[in-house]
Design a protein around this ligand. Structure first.
Ligand code: ADP
Ligand code: GLC
Length: 482
């Protein structure tokens, strides 16, 4: 039996701000329990719904110190079984009992440095010594560092392998070297340029990328992109140097949860066999619910997204007035930067029967939107993988994307002459190219309905379950554990 521990800052169904939570929630369930024991460790946020939290089992508590600014910190440990997976939670009220999941970097760095050391410290309390710790994003970047430094002398920890997975290179956990030393307890020699040092600062993710036994990222294409200056976020040199120890493994989605045939949130369930007859009901009902003009013939474009620069929203801002016309509706669900929230609110006020801006987070509404929409717009500036376009494909909303990262890898563009493709895409980060592509999609939708429905059908049957990618992770784990 091989033992793997996932360490992360979010995970469905407990806490989610983006795709990271979907991945950490779905992937552990995919492994064959005969050969793999995959468990997950998370912070115990007060935001985790009580229906789960009330059943968490208390195991033990102790104190740890991680540097002069992070001394005598309480570590409580809880355990919970859910859908066959064992979850551990690190409890500390000062750090995880807030109204938010993430705060400013200054505070986050302190609490996640604590979390990283706590993760390793609790292992001695539980009957589970992992063969490998799979770390996700910068919040867990110090785990590989501690493993190879402070904890390396102990026989218990010796030989535990680690993987650092990059879900988003934009966020690295960067602050002054002194501060990072003071909240982690890591020694000054670790902050040289070839380790955690990053220009004048210290960088948690860089620590993980330097010390982990292997690096992965969430699509092959992104693994190539981040070795270049344009996408590398100033870590391209390190990533290029370690590229023989870096693997791109594309994300999947949970096919049990995201299934239009059984999804209880939908107005009407449908499948690839009967979407031509049933899917439109979801559009009509959503139009009614959101106060849009009720007409099943409108071309409904959806956006379900964090509203940040990453997602290419300034292209939409630039061309908004030309994107919408009498035959087109736009439904937005998202939260994020104030400028984008206000932009969508402004246009929803201006065009109430054509634009609906839902500035909130709602899992249920998101699924209604995927089911209702004809097209799903995702013109990202960069996109490590993207799960939204995969959900859209499964729900028969045709993705219109920019060819970057995982979007390029998962959305094969429609080719009118070869009768293939599952979506529409454009290459350059340019609003007019986006508009041209949306208009091309509209033309097919309105003028060649049979071809459009074939695109929908190919998308719905394309396989983006975790099956293939789970095999790739197994292979990598086996290789590293030996
Ligand atoms: P990222 O992780 O960069 O935010 P992904 O496409 O990988 O992007 O994952 C986003 C996930 O979050 C998808 O499951 C998407 O449906 C969901 N999501 C984003 N915003 C919202 C929202 N406001 N309400 C509900 N779900 C959302
Ligand atoms: C990040 C990326 C997104 C990816 C997700 C899960 O949030 O922005 O592209 O799908 O992580 O890996």
């Amino acid at each position: 039996m091989k033992k793997i521990l996932f360490a992360a800052s979010e995970c469905v169904p407990f806490v989610k701000t983006g795709g990271l939570a979907d991945v950490v929630g779905a992937l552990p369930k995919e492994f064959d329990k005969k050969d793999w024991d995959v468990r997950v460790i998370l912070p115990l946020y007060s935001k985790i719904p009580e229906k789960y939290r009330n059943d968490f089992q208390y195991i033990d508590n102790f104190e740890i110190g991680c540097g002069p600014l992070n001394q005598n910190k309480y570590v409580g440990l809880f355990q919970y079984e859910y859908e066959g997976i064992t979850y551990y939670f690190i409890d500390n009220q000062e750090y995880f009992y807030q109204d938010y999941i993430y705060s400013d970097f200054h505070f986050d760095i302190k609490r996640f440095a604590f979390f990283d050391k706590a993760v390793l410290s609790v292992l001695q309390l539980i009957d589970f010594r992992p063969d490998l710790i799979h770390c996700h994003d910068w919040q867990t970047g110090l785990i590989p560092v501690y493993l190879k430094t402070e904890f390396a002398a102990s026989p218990f920890y010796r030989g535990i392998k680690s993987i650092m997975t990059i879900h988003n290179l934009k966020f690295q956990g960067v602050w002054s070297k002194d501060y990072l030393m003071d909240v982690s307890g890591l020694t000054g020699d670790l902050f040289s340029d070839d380790k955690l040092g990053f220009y004048k600062d210290g960088n948690m993710l860089k620590g993980g990328l330097t010390y982990a036994d292997h690096i992965t990222t969430v699509s092959k294409n992104y693994s190539y992109e981040i070795q270049s200056k344009y996408y590398g976020e100033n870590l391209e040199g390190l990533l290029f140097a370690r590229n023989h120890e870096m693997t791109g493994i594309v994300n999947g989605i949970d096919y049990d949860s995201f299934d239009p045939k059984t999804d209880e949130n939908l107005y009407k369930n449908y499948s690839v066999e009967d979407f031509r007859k049933k899917k439109y009901v979801n559009k009509q009902k959503l139009q009614k619910e959101l106060g849009l003009e009720e007409d099943k013939h409108k071309f409904m474009i959806a956006i379900v997204s964090r509203l940040t620069d990453q997602k290419g929203l300034n292209l939409i801002e630039y061309d908004f007035e030309r994107l919408i016309d009498d035959n087109t509706q736009l439904v937005v669900l998202g939260t994020g930067d104030y400028k984008y929230e206000s932009m969508f609110r402004y246009f929803a006020d201006k065009y109430p029967d054509k634009v609906s801006a839902n500035i909130l987070y709602s899992e249920g509404l998101s699924r209604k939107i995927y089911a209702a929409a004809d097209a799903f717009l995702m013109p990202s500036a960069f996109e490590p993988c993207g799960l939204s376009q995969l959900i859209a494909l499964r729900y028969g909303a045709v993705p219109i994307v920019r060819e970057t990262g995982g979007l390029k890898e998962t959305v094969e563009p429609f080719n009118e002459y070869e009768h293939c493709g599952v979506g529409f895409s454009f290459t350059n980060y340019n609003a007019d190219d986006m508009l041209y592509t949306v208009n091309y999609a509209k033309k097919i939708f309105f003028e060649k309905k049979a071809a459009w429905n074939k695109i929908v059908e190919r998308g719905m049957i394309s396989d983006h379950s975790w099956k293939q990618s789970r095999l790739a992770y197994e292979e990598l784990y086996n290789y590293l554990i030996g």
